[in-house]
Design a protein around this ligand. Structure first.
Ligand code: C2E
Ligand code: MG
Ligand code: MG
Ligand code: MG
Length: 276
């Protein structure tokens, strides 16, 4: 728009903003090439049961950019979504998981692997079919896969998304709602979308006051009444684990048990109990 257009007001050149925008555009460019440059890797964080042994694992994407170095998911997932790059990245993640965690490659009891799935991926009408093909290619049991979605997915009420989630669930894939408590946190859609697992966000346990712990207890009880399992995120201390365990949470995830680790480190962790 014209700088001196009085109806639009004055627009000043902002060098900081300009630099930021340039950087964002450049990050988006780098992201588009990152897959072919083999810059992504996956870290795995154990999710433990009441006995503190590993029951599930969450796959977390890592980007080691040639240009920017290590970039945290919070600094690039949004751009991968905006550019649509998340679709091919997402398929790559599923393929890696199916390759590494199918029954043939697991010696011990099979662990369920949670994968974060963005709304953009679920808007792809071919999503379910593609997932099915990849899983079958590696003889991966659908029951060993869990897709973690966020509240924005269900709030949008998009038909393609709804159909994909329904079809994935019918295949036997577990659906978890991630970060519960950070958004609207309405219980209304939990049944409509056939969600199997509720992941309560770590914000509730960061504050150790009874008020917040009571909220966790109530969310946990309602989720159970709705037939869902509960994972509590961000458990960092033994004290937190004890309180949440007594409260009746089913699964626990957090630095107290393990940080996200490489596949090699994970193999090491799953062949012995977690040391404390
Ligand atoms: P999320 O799905 O809620 O993942 C949990 C995040 O909490 C991870 O951050 C994990 O490292 C961190 N975390 C785990 N335990 C603790 C703890 O005890 N204390 C604290 N302070 N943090 C803990 P990370 O790996 O940085 O990922 C951030 C977010 O990026 C994820 O949140 C998820 O929304 C998104 N993300 C990560 N990988 C993927 C992916 O493959 N696809 C998509 N679409 N999103 C992803
Ligand atoms: Mg998650
Ligand atoms: Mg989460
Ligand atoms: Mg999160």
């Amino acid at each position: 728009c014209k700088k001196n257009d009085p109806s639009k007001g004055l627009i000043f050149f902002n060098p900081m903003l300009y630099a930021t925008n340039l950087k964002v555009e450049d990050i988006k460019m780098e992201l588009k090439q990152a897959l072919s440059k083999d810059e992504f890797l996956i870290h795995y964080q154990p999710i433990v049961g009441k006995d503190q042994s590993i029951h599930k694992i969450e796959a977390l994407l890592r980007w080691r950019s040639e240009k920017y170095g290590f970039v945290a998911p919070s600094d690039f997932i949004l751009y991968a979504e905006e550019t649509g790059a998340i679709i091919s990245i997402g398929y790559w993640i599923i393929e890696e998981i199916c390759k590494n965690f199918n029954p043939l490659s697991q010696t011990d009891r099979p662990l369920q692997i949670s994968i974060n799935v963005s709304p953009i991926q679920l808007m792809d009408i071919h999503f379910t079919q593609t997932i099915k093909k990849i899983a079958e290619k590696y003889s991966m049991d659908f029951s060993n896969l869990c897709f973690e979605i966020t509240e924005s997915v269900v709030l949008d009420e998009n038909m393609v998304v709804y159909d994909n989630l329904h079809a994935l669930h019918n295949l036997g894939i577990t659906i978890a709602l991630d970060d519960f408590g950070t958004g609207y946190s309405s219980f209304n859609y939990l049944r409509k979308y056939q969600l199997d697992i509720l992941k309560i966000d770590r914000i509730f346990i960061q504050d150790s006051s009874n008020k917040y712990l009571n909220i966790v207890k109530n969310i946990n009880d309602i989720a159970h009444l709705l037939g869902m399992e509960v994972i509590i995120e961000g458990v960092e201390t033994k004290e937190q684990f004890d309180v949440l365990n007594n409260m009746g949470c089913d699964y626990f995830q957090g630095y107290y048990f393990s940080h996200p680790v490489t596949l090699e480190e994970l193999k090491h962790l799953t062949t012995k109990s977690i040391p404390h």
